[in-house]
Design a binder for this molecule. Structure first.
Ligand SMILES: [Fe+2]
Length: 399
């Protein structure tokens, strides 16, 4: 009965996601495209903007070129660098207050997923005043937000192209997913120059997040030919460039490839949603503070293996895309090779296999929440039993 309810709900969510109106953003690509984006701000006639970022980036030299280009173009700016990881609504309110008092006309977001999510919400809150609860759900914003320009500094979350932001309630610490197609930034710069200073550990974790988006989207029952094109492009690029970007941060071709991969993976999963890997990873983040990309990497191959035969055909296709399938090889064998390649990639980048401080008593709660999250939001290829998910999560203590 519960499975039937999940299936009906997944169909409804899928159709709703497909029907949401979306304006495709304008994307600048390549080295120094962040500066081109800043020139575009001036071309559009904005004379005062807010740069939304975090404390680390605000104090680094990464903003220097952006600030210099804005000044050269006659655009005034203020910097709000109060965004923290897993941003809470009070940070969003603080940033919006700066928009109001400084009379900013547009938002330039420079950062990883947390910064982009908070900046999306700052832009929306400015034109749709309200409490965090009033945004909880799908398409709750009545008016378009302030114009938003996104410069991702990591290649992972794909938040620059997704229609969602996750904002934490500062009192209950509950993470609220806000889904509104008006949150998609109007302009995006995928600039490898901005990403070249990303440390190897962050490169590894964010790249695995992008890979998880691409794979879970490709396996989703809501996938379409358009999302499959994006997901397979992302997988191809990740298998070509992820290890290169990890080993040599200054490899600009690899950084370029990974920036594009994360963007394509984001374009795919923003229409199909994700799956059990994210369902478990969100709980590991909440309970153990495990960074999102690391948490995905801990369970991605294990979840794929547990799905079993129902995903062999699709994983075999991804093995071909990744260049690891042999002509004439059977689907099960290719699927196994693809899963093993992810295990190898995880090992090559020395990613942790266990969350810190995961207690045996946490496991039933993690499984329950993952079942509820996947059941209500994700059109997974097959609904897993409590026992199957318990085996996967138990493995995180024994790994
Ligand atoms: Fe993710």
């Amino acid at each position: 009965m519960k499975i039937l309810y999940f299936k009906i709900r997944a169909v409804l969510v899928t159709w709703l996601m497909r029907l949401l109106p979306r304006n495709p953003p304008i994307v600048f690509k390549g080295v120094n495209s962040a500066l081109t984006l800043c020139e575009q701000v001036a071309v559009l006639g904005y004379t005062k903007v807010i740069i939304a970022t975090d404390n680390f980036l605000g104090g680094s030299g990464i903003l220097d070129g952006i600030k210099a280009t804005l000044t050269k173009q006659g655009v005034e700016y203020v910097v709000f660098d109060g965004i923290l990881p897993d941003p809470a609504f009070d940070q969003v309110q603080e940033g919006e207050a700066m928009i109001r008092t400084q009379r900013c006309q547009a938002v330039i977001a420079v950062g990883g997923g947390s910064v982009l999510d908070a900046a999306k919400m700052m832009a929306m809150l400015h034109t749709n005043p309200g409490s965090l609860e009033s945004f909880d759900g799908i398409q709750k914003c009545k008016r378009p937000g302030l114009p938003l320009f996104a410069i991702p500094t990591t290649a992972g979350t794909g938040s620059e192209i997704t229609l969602a932001a996750v904002i934490t309630d500062p009192v209950s610490h509950r993470k609220i997913p806000i889904v509104d197609s008006k949150m998609i930034p109007g302009y995006i710069a995928l600039d490898a120059e901005i990403m070249k200073g990303m440390p190897p550990g962050i490169t590894a974790a964010t790249g695995m997040d992008a890979l998880t988006h691409a794979v879970e989207s490709y396996l989703s029952k809501a996938s379409t030919s358009a999302t499959e094109e994006h997901a397979t492009a992302a997988v191809r690029l990740i298998f070509k460039y992820q290890l290169r970007a990890f080993k040599e941060g200054g490899d600009m071709e690899a950084r370029d490839g990974m920036a594009l991969a994360a963007f394509y993976a984001g374009a795919a999963f923003t229409r199909t949603s994700v799956g059990y890997v994210h369902g478990i990873a969100h709980q590991l983040g909440r309970l153990c503070g495990t960074p999102h990309g690391n948490a995905n990497a801990m369970v991605l191959p294990e979840v794929l293996a547990a799905y079993g035969e129902c995903v062999h055909q699709r994983l075999a296709k991804l093995a071909d895309v990744a260049g690891i399938g042999e002509p004439g090889e059977g689907q099960a064998s290719k699927a196994g090779k693809f899963i093993q390649a992810i295990v190898d990639m995880r090992k090559d980048m020395d990613l942790p296999l266990q969350p810190k401080d995961l207690k045996a008593s946490d496991i039933p709660g993690i499984v329950d929440e993952a079942i509820a999250e996947a059941g209500s939001l994700y059109p997974v290829p097959r609904y897993m039993s409590e026992a199957e998910l318990t085996t996967i999560v138990n493995g995180l203590r024994a790994a």
